[in-house]
Design a protein around this ligand. Structure first.
Ligand code: KIV
Ligand code: ZN
Length: 400
């Protein structure tokens, strides 16, 4: 099976930063952009320059100071936006202007008050203007998944002819399903006569929890750029999560034969940095980067893990930069895990001691959910003291 290279377009600094609670200062955006560079993303969408002076300035700074990735600035299909984005990204080694316009009748009638003809004309004019600043121009048809397919094919063909090198078809409201988005991209790529002149891109939102599944289905239909964010942050329920897409292609390369430029060992620190900068914790059970992603409490699982980690782990925590698997001691844990942790802490226990400690550990776990190393050491010391005392009492009784 041949492996194709995917372009990873990270929009944490734009779609992600737009979400409530995730706004960042310029210096923080720069720090995250440097980390995204170290992570190996291909394209950083650094912001929406027309949105505010600070947004424009942060895109300018990222473009100037982060040299390897392509730096993209977002713009509506309007002259002022495109000029502003063009100016903001011009210091980059490799710049991109990302123009967008909604194409669904719902958005055209109720939000933009535009006809389809006006929409197509504005989209084409926007791409042509953007091409005056850079030859790397992306056009996005906002709400593409709810757009009339014949009209969308026309817009895609016209924007490619106008010079768009990437066509992004977003599931703006996270409404699609894997089967539907597969059919959708297959139809567009097959029907648009000049589709081979552009890279197709998926940008899926997570309103139904399907963003990653939809993105992966789009890949099967010929999409070769995926738009995603660290920790899946983004508007409403967020965007497809970078770490989940990347690790899915890595762990299931038998089904998803795609390579990325991501240094997966930098995933966890990038996730932690974003969380520290925004003050928003990552949900404990979040795939790949959540605190429970490599933690096991159930006795049967812990026993399996201690015998062979492949029984309950499909990837190594080290592969994503997590230092090790955690076997959490709690009320579901078994003797095997308790014994293993005691040995790791430097204690060899007799069978009697292990029984004593195990029973105390379960009682404590009922009261405080999990049992830490300090608790365990305290229990071991108490059991040792009790044993010594009872031995000397027995010895005293004998000699008396
Ligand atoms: O969700 C969306 O449609 C977007 C576009 C601006 C690409 O974020
Ligand atoms: Zn979006």
């Amino acid at each position: 099976m041949t492996t194709e290279r995917l372009q990873i377009f990270d929009t944490s600094l734009r779609d992600g930063e737009q979400a409530p609670g995730f706004s960042l200062r310029i210096d923080e955006k720069l720090r995250l952009a440097r980390q995204l560079d170290a992570l190996g993303v291909d394209i950083i969408e650094a912001g929406f320059p027309i949105a505010s002076k600070d947004d424009a300035e942060s895109v300018r700074r990222v473009a100037k100071e982060v040299r390897r990735p392509v730096i993209a600035g977002l713009a509506r299909s309007r002259r002022a936006d495109i000029e502003c984005a063009g100016e903001a990204v011009e210091g980059a080694d490799r710049s991109r202007i990302h123009t967008f316009l909604a194409t669904s009748d719902l958005h055209l009638e109720h939000k933009l008050h535009m006809s389809r003809e006006q929409c197509q004309e504005a989209a084409v004019d926007g791409v042509k203007l953007a091409r005056q600043y850079t030859d790397n121009v992306q056009f996005s048809a906002e709400d593409a998944l709810r757009t009339d397919i014949d009209f969308l094919c026309q817009v895609v063909e016209a924007t490619i002819s106008a010079g768009a090198t990437t066509i992004n078809l977003p599931d703006t409201v996270g409404y699609s399903t894997p089967d539907e988005i597969f059919d959708f991209f297959t139809t567009i790529i097959t029907r648009v006569p000049n589709s081979d002149k552009a890279v197709f891109s998926a940008h899926c939102h997570d309103d139904l929890g399907l963003a990653v599944a939809n993105t992966l289905a789009a890949l099967r239909a010929g999409v070769r750029q995926v738009e995603c964010t660290i920790n899946g942050i983004g508007e409403r329920a967020g965007n497809a999560s970078l770490e989940e897409i990347v690790m899915a292609t890595r762990v299931r390369s038998d089904r998803l034969p795609f390579a990325t430029g991501i240094n997966t060992e930098a995933i966890y620190e990038t996730s932690q940095l974003l969380s520290a900068l925004t003050g928003e914790a990552v949900q404990a059970n979040k795939a790949i980067v959540g605190r429970n992603a490599f933690a096991h409490e159930a006795g049967i699982h812990q026993d399996g893990m201690l015998k062979d980690r492949r029984t309950y782990e499909i990837m190594k925590p080290e592969d994503v930069g997590v230092s090790q698997t955690t076997l959490v001691l709690g009320k579901h844990s078994g003797r095997h895990a308790v014994q293993n942790r005691c040995v790791e802490l430097g204690y060899e226990l007799s069978r009697y001691e292990l029984d004593q400690i195990y029973q105390r550990m379960i009682r404590l776990a009922d009261a405080q959910k999990t049992v830490g190393d300090e608790d365990l050491v305290a229990m071991i010391e108490t059991v040792h003291t009790e044993e010594t005392e009872s031995e000397s009492t027995a010895a005293g009784a004998k000699s008396a």
